[in-house]
Design a protein around this ligand. Sequence first.
Ligand code: CA
Ligand code: CA
Length: 583
Amino acid sequence: MKGTLKFGMVGAAALALAITSAPVAAEDGPTSADLMNDASTPGDVLTYGMGPQAQRFSTLDQVNTSNVKDLVPAYAASLGGEKQRGQESQPLVYDGVIYVTGSYSRLFAFDSHTGEKLWEYDARLPDGIMPCCDVVNRGAAIHGDKIIFATLDAHLVALDRKTGKVVWNKKMADYQAGYSATAAPLIVKDMVIYGNSGGEFGIVGEIQARNVDTGELIWTRPTVEGNMGTLNGQPNGITGKTNASWPGDMWKTGGGATWLGGTYDPETNLIYMGTGNPGPWNSHDRPGDNLYTSSTLAINPDTGKIVWHYQTTPHDGWDFDGVNEFIPFDAKVNGKPMKLGAKADRNGYFYVLDRTNGKLVSASKFVMETTWANGINLKTGRPNFIDANRPGAPNGSEKGTSVFSSPSFLGGKNWMPMAYSKQTGLFYIPSNDWGMDIWNEPIAYKKGAAYLGAGFTIRPIAEDHIGALRAMDPATGKIVWEYKNKAPLWGGVLTTAGDLVFTGTPEGYLKAFDAKTGQELWKFNTGSGVVGSPITWTQDGEQYVAVMSGWGGAVPLWGGEVAKTFKEISQGGMLWVFKLPKR
Ligand code: CA
Ligand code: CA
């Protein structure tokens, strides 16, 4: 404990004062070093992604391919209320408590042994919030005595993790201009690193770093070329070079939302942050590559500067947000050990990059078809565009030529995080096979209004499935196995040293697969669609698995012709926790 003795006070009185007036020390709870170690401490889950690299791999093997069939519920806990929309959260577990965020910006603490609710925090949201894709939240961050999450009105809120009382509450951006927030915060070196949402409203993507104890702003880094970053309140350099890849003033409303947050690699000291679509969707309004939208950015957390970038979809015209998680991993390339990173992009390609410099190593299709490009040029790193499949320019006030495009704008993969098994060396990608008719329309920017300039209808492209969980070998770019699901997959993936892969389905199941073969080994119906990310940890010598259940997210809002695959699914809001029966 920290305490401050004042001069002139001696003995027991001074000591008592020191103890009673001591602020709750930051050492009371996980430190930034503990967060960096999260992947190797299976007794807790301290970070979104189960480690700053977000591999979602657990070293636990008590539950494994031979006994997972016996997995049963230990308990379940309801989020209650009428706010049963998409539950895309990943729980955290620390010191006998499960922390989980819920739809409509709620945060809950449950006893990790019994599921009893300890406290609940409900953000008081204003009436005009503008989330594009359901009122979801993907998780919290823990540090010291605090639990931190973002709210749909673009605030970042730190709560006392024991009581749920607000410690600080900071406005990140103006929700009335279309900004919102749904990602889980990332904590690096006692800073909360956060990316904004709102790419469908002509916002400017930005990453902010704040002091974890006070919420005070340390640096900002806009993602759209031409906008100025800050450090300690001072200008800290323009992002890119103004008008190098944007015409006129388009960069002032250029999108590039960092709405899925980021990963961090302690070995390279880089934050990897994906950026969303450029605004508006109509690409004919903004000739150029439109940096740094639809990209992965590597950012130095000490300076807030971009160290490298890799743009997966230059001059995007299909809403191919490049926000997907970039997962660091180590492997040999042509016999040489390399620090790599992988990303399964919304555009349907799985990219492996050198994570020290952003150089492309390989790019492989992981979906049934990509109509917009025919592969990625390994020399230039750019897609081989199929120009005829870009939606046409509007003609005066008339809409432009409609094209069929696959993947659909909801992506070969959307927000739902993949996992990497250190044991099999495979990535497990929750993907979808679907296309869309898409066309462009005239559009002008108006504050707080949708800024698309496009229309669309989503369509299935296969008879038997939309969702597909795919095991990708990053060394060969080949799909080793796949599991097809009738409805679109929209939940995160977990893999374990027990050679298991867990993921949920809209039909309500949490399922376990053999990590090597893809054989389905276990399933349990949670009563509503599973679009959350499962976790596992060990407690009192037993391995637990937990996942949120509660159907929602972007799919039912934008589903078009694919909606018939999930029209009977009920909403919900439950935390489910499983373990093996006691022997
Ligand atoms: Ca841990
Ligand atoms: Ca988007």
